[in-house]
Structures are given as C-alpha cells and as structure tokens.
Design a protein around this ligand. Structure first.
Ligand code: NDP
Length: 326
C-alpha cells in the first residue's frame, strides 16, 4: 500500500484526502513509476478545489506532472531504474496522476529525465516551466530577437510567468513583468525583470491599436489583458499565449493582426510532441539559472496540497510548488 491524494465527489463538491491505495488500484499503462515529486500547477489547483470541472470521473488522483524511477516497463524504450518525467496527456485529469507514490502510465507520455537536471529540479520547473520554455521557443521561432525591444510577461509571479521572466532574461532579452502584487517587485527584478507594470494598468480599457511598446510577450492570463498586450505589440512582433488565469475570453479586434502583422501564437504543453518537449527541457536545463530554483520554489507534503491548491486559484502562490512523495 502507498499514499495518494484522492479526489472524491460528495454532494457536488470535490473533496481531497490522503488515502492508502495499492498497485492494483492504478489504471492500465505500460510503465509503473515510483514517483519522487509532483508539482502544483494552476490546473491542479482547479482540479483539487473542484473549481474548473477539470475532472469528470471520480475517484481521481490529481497531479498533471511527476518525476520518478521506473519500477517495471512493458515498453522497450524504458527500463527499471531509469528516471523519467511526465507532463500533460490528461494525466491527473482523466488518468490517475502524480500525487501518489506510484503511477502507471503509457510509455508514449514519458520523457527521460534530462541529464543536466536533478529529479527535484525537473519538478521545480514542472508543467508550468516547460510551458514557459515552449513560449520562449515560440517567440524565438517568430524571430523576436533581444535587440528588437522589450518583452512583456503577464502573470509574472506565477509558475509559467516567473520561469519565463528568468529564462528570457538569461537569453539576453529585456523583460518587463506584469504583476498584481507590488510586494513581488524586488523578487521579479532578481529573476531578471528590468521593470514592473502593475496589472491594473493592463486592465484599463484598451483601444484597437495602442502605442507600440513591446517586441513580444508571453501571456499567461488571457482576457482583457491579452487584448491590451496585442494592441501594444510592435509591428511584426509576436505574443505566445498559454493561459487563462484572468479569463478564457479575448475581447480584441483584428487590427493588430492586419495593420501591424502581429502574430498570436498558441502554446500547448499537454499534447506537445516528444521532440519539441525534449528541446524545451534542454533549453531549461541549459539556461534556467540556479537562482531560480533557490529563490522561487518551495516544497510541500501531500497533506498540504488542498490548502496550496486554494492558494494558487486565489493568485497567492509565488513561483513554483513541488509536492514531495518520498
Ligand atoms: P499560477 O497561478 O502559478 O500563475 C498565474 C499568475 O497569474 C498568478 O501568479 C498571478 O500573477 C496572475 N493572476 C492570477 N489571477 C489573475 C487575474 N485574475 N488576473 C490577472 N492575473 C492574474 O499559474 P501557472 O503559472 O501554473 O499557470 C498560468 C496559466 O497558464 C494558467 O491559466 C494555466 O492554466 C496556464 N497553463 C497552460 C498550459 C498550456 O499547456 N497551455 C500549461 C501550464 C499552464 P501576479 O500576481 O504576478 O499578477
């Protein structure tokens, strides 16, 4: 028997509790993994608090990502003893996830742990950090160069935002961080932001075309903030959009696209193909500075996940939270 966080539905409410489960309870899959760490992402917050109707079948073990060691494998790509990472593929949503000491998953969903990362570091990065890396790659592919001008990062104190600030700064970009929390200014500057824009300013009504301010942007919040960002992007600039922490709505016009050749690039980490995932992990392994792990990550036990899940939905979490399953 081993520990897992189990979500149940009681009177239309999601209830989360640590329980003992066994290997025979786990879903089908080719690879059984002893999980070392999972992490808390915004989507986990939605799932554990029952806010976002992320989970349709109960009981469910949440945890959209994990790192661990292969216990047994029916797939030739993975052998017992190998360290592996999983992010996405609906794990922790419709297949039991990483917030348990063991997980059984499809081999196709795994990647080998990057040689330059420790297991702990891989979950300090986690799905949020991987997504930040995919956003940075999207801007690079859109030919947004450091000399083109400032890059705006919204939701900067969050998991995706803080990794994006750090990574972009390390790559030589001038980063401007949008935050709703003035108290995080010093920390965001330590991560590499050259200056801060307060969220309220970005929530002011935007015009179809505003003054051109940014060569590119990483947007984790959507809604009217993304609309404002689009109206302020330089001619031929690009926005990598990955999140909806503010809203899934996008009240914009075609003007930035047809008059300024602005590109809006959607970024998804869940079904991202293997080679691109590997490239995104490699970028993080090479470029994310040690400071990031030291200044921006905390580790919690499984029992603390429900409380932290409420915190992440309330926008109170700073940086990344790792869940220790050891
Ligand atoms: P976090 O909660 O860690 O970060 C979100 C940040 O957004 C907060 O820290 C806060 O930063 C800001 N924020 C919170 N609420 C609001 C609001 N109402 N209006 C404006 N800003 C707000 O979440 P993650 O970093 O894990 O995820 C960020 C987003 O990216 C989520 O929507 C998530 O679903 C999405 N995502 C998408 C993925 C994909 O594959 N496309 C993968 C991973 C995440 P501050 O206080 O600094 O303003």
């Amino acid at each position: 028997m081993f520990n897992a966080l189990v979500l149940q539905q009681e009177e239309q409410k999601t209830v989360a509790a640590v329980a003992q489960i066994s290997e025979s309870d786990l879903p089908q899959g080719e690879v059984l993994v002893q999980v070392d760490y999972s992490s808390l992402n915004y989507k986990d917050g939605l799932a554990v608090t029952g806010t976002g109707k992320i989970i349709r079948e109960f009981p469910m073990v949440p945890g959209i990502d994990f790192v661990g060691t292969v216990v047994s494998s029916d797939d030739l790509r993975y052998q017992a003893g190998q360290q592996v990472v999983l992010t996405g593929w609906g794990v922790g949503e419709n297949h039991w996830g990483g917030m348990a000491q063991k997980a059984r998953v499809k081999a196709d969903w795994l990647v080998p742990l990057n040689d330059s990362l420790t297991p702990l570091q891989s979950m300090q990065i986690g799905t949020a950090g991987l997504t930040a890396s995919l956003c940075v790659m999207a801007l690079q592919q859109a030919n947004v160069q450091p000399e083109d001008g400032e890059i705006l990062v919204t939701g900067a104190s969050g998991g995706v935002g803080s990794v994006a600030v750090s990574l972009l700064s390390q790559l030589g970009y001038q980063v401007v961080a949008v935050t709703g929390r003035a108290e995080n200014e010093a920390w965001l500057k330590q991560l590499g932001a050259s200056r801060i824009v307060m969220r309220d300013e970005m929530l002011e009504k935007s015009r179809a075309l505003d003054k051109q301010l940014w060569a590119g942007a990483v947007d984790t919040v959507g809604g009217p903030i993304l609309a404002k960002v689009l109206s302020q992007i330089n001619y031929d600039g690009a926005v990598a959009a990955c999140g909806l922490a503010n809203s899934f709505d996008l009240p914009t016009t075609v003007m930035p696209f047809i008059l300024r050749a602005v590109k809006l690039i959607g970024v998804d980490s869940v079904y991202c193909p293997f080679d691109k995932r590997q490239a995104a992990w490699q970028l993080l392994a090479q470029q994310l500075p040690q400071d990031y792990y030291q200044q921006s990550c905390q580790t919690v036990a499984l029992q603390q996940v429900p409380e932290q899940a409420s915190n992440i939905i309330a926008g109170k979490v700073k940086g990344r939270i790792v869940v220790d399953l050891n």
